[in-house]
Ligand binder design. Structure first.
Ligand SMILES: [Zn+2]
Length: 189
């Protein structure tokens, strides 16, 4: 599909010299762009970057309001690495027996794919392995990296679950199951 990338280059609204919520200097750049994700719809991508304190926050939001949703997908081949994933900052990403990416102030929102998510996890585990002195923890991290590599080569199946009370996240595949999320605090069923 030639030309696909060009079509997806969105034009961005940029606001410079904004006050930073962390260090209060007027060195924050706000960027907002709209993008269209095939088989999903329009999406707004936001980012805030401060040159003074290096604060960075990115997030995604769908154009239409969404219901809280839970997506489950089984990674079973190398081909599955290309499956598009939209992850908002409010999402919890569960990769059973490997890790859970939790929402919070430092959580970022982004549009990626399964490979992108696994690479982020890989990077985190590598950093942990480097900084850790405990041999047992080091060995555990090594085993985890091997497991991740097998998943990425399609040699081992792995479930991935994304729960998002804002409904702004999605796994875009016919094989992904989407369920309504239950038990949202402060929201009646
Ligand atoms: Zn700042």
């Amino acid at each position: 599909m030639a030309g696909e990338e060009q079509q997806q280059v969105p034009k961005a609204d940029v606001l410079e010299k904004q006050p930073c919520p962390i260090c209060r200097e007027s060195t924050l750049t706000l960027t907002e762009r709209e993008t269209e994700v095939p088989y999903f719809g329009k999406l707004a991508m936001f980012s805030m970057s401060c040159t003074s304190c290096k604060f960075h926050k990115a997030d995604v939001e769908t154009a239409e309001p969404q219901e809280p949703a839970k997506y489950t997908f089984e990674i079973s081949s190398e081909e599955d690495l290309k499956v598009r994933v939209i992850k908002s900052s409010q999402a919890t990403v569960k990769i059973p027996h490997i890790t859970t990416i939790t929402p919070g102030p430092v959580s970022q929102g982004y549009v990626s794919n399964i490979e992108g998510i696994l690479n982020r996890v890989k990077h985190e585990i590598e950093m942990l392995k480097e900084s850790e002195d405990d041999e047992e923890v080091k060995q555990k991290a090594k085993n985890m990296l091997k497991k991740l590599q097998r998943i990425m080569w399609g040699q081992e199946k792995q479930k991935i679950i994304i729960e998002d009370p804002s409904g702004n996240s999605a796994i875009i595949s016919e094989r992904a199951t989407k369920e309504k999320m239950k038990g949202i605090p402060g929201k009646a069923e």
